[in-house]
Design a protein around this ligand. Structure first.
Ligand SMILES: C[S@@+](CC[C@H](N)C(=O)[O-])C[C@H]1O[C@@H](n2cnc3c(N)ncnc32)[C@H](O)[C@@H]1O
Length: 260
């Protein structure tokens, strides 16, 4: 709890992102990841292997961009920093555990960016979404882009803000669907190979293995068949409920543009 309070105070984070709740959400995710460390480990190992498989047969390895890098749990930072000339970690907020992990690599840098492009719209400064990938699109040195288990998180921040503050003028009723579509279309227009790792739904299961509930996390968007897939036990028994666990199926695409 003390570490969480200290993180809230010392994490470098844009005031807008604090106000929109991103710092609080990142700290909650960090605490949950610590509690569920053992249950998350198989997912993290699968994600590391998929990212390295996407990286390994590239003809050249100049810049690798990781979108939704967060706490670098499902991102093999050391291996990427060894393989690429530069690694760019993009997330709305990077907590100090991620900053500490990156400290020993001189070729790793952090970029704080809202990948929905919705911040100014939510703050009442514009009446539309910005293009969050515009700068990256112009960087011809990018050889690999990893979208690291962030796609289904992107609609959640704006949805929570709209619930708390009310709907801004001209805010679309289908904002979540648009945000998911814009990320998938946007990453396909970036240079380099695109490795997409995303959860797709949440399955609630009881102790006998029976599915109690399923909920789509992709806002109705369907995805092509993945190169790899696995299950991520996001909340083992006792985390969300004593007799129910939450499991997210995860899809990995080693070269998403080819599939898209
Ligand atoms: C499930 S976590 C991914 C974890 C991360 N790949 C890791 O290895 O720890 C989702 C990530 O999406 C990020 N995120 C959520 N909304 C975002 C936004 N609007 N822009 C950028 N990143 C966002 C969160 O900060 C979080 O780090």
């Amino acid at each position: 709890m003390l570490a969480e309070v200290v993180s809230w105070l010392i994490t470098p984070c844009r005031l807008d992102y604090r106000r929109l709740g991103y710092l609080g959400a990142a700290i909650s995710l960090w605490a949950r990841g610590n509690r569920c460390r053992a249950a998350w480990r198989p997912h993290e190992a699968q994600a590391h292997a998929a990212i390295l498989a996407a990286a390994d047969d590239l003809p050249q390895r100049r810049t690798c961009v990781v979108l939704g890098s967060g706490l670098l749990r499902d991102v093999p930072l050391a291996a990427l920093a060894e393989r690429f000339e530069a690694v760019v970690l993009v997330d709305v907020v990077h907590l100090w555990p991620a900053r500490l992990k990156a400290l020993r690599f001189s070729n790793v840098r952090f970029v704080a960016s809202d990948l929905t492009g919705a911040t100014d719209f939510l703050m009442g400064r514009t009446r539309g979404f910005a293009d969050p990938l515009i700068r990256l699109r112009q960087d011809a040195r990018i050889d690999l882009v990893v979208s690291a288990t962030c796609l289904t998180q992107l609609p959640l921040g704006p949805e929570a803000v709209v619930q708390r503050w009310g709907r801004p003028m001209l805010w679309p009723a289908d904002a979540g669907r648009r945000i998911v579509a814009a990320h998938l279309d946007g990453i396909c227009r970036l240079p380099g190979r695109i490795c997409l790792i995303t959860d797709t739904e949440v399955i609630t299961r009881n102790r006998t293995g029976e599915v109690v509930e399923r909920e789509d996390l992709l806002e109705g968007r369907s995805l092509p068949a993945p190169d790899r897939s696995w299950e991520w036990t996001v909340a083992p028994f006792g985390e969300y409920a004593s007799d129910e666990e939450l499991v997210h199926p995860v899809n990995a695409y080693l070269d998403f543009r080819r599939r898209h």
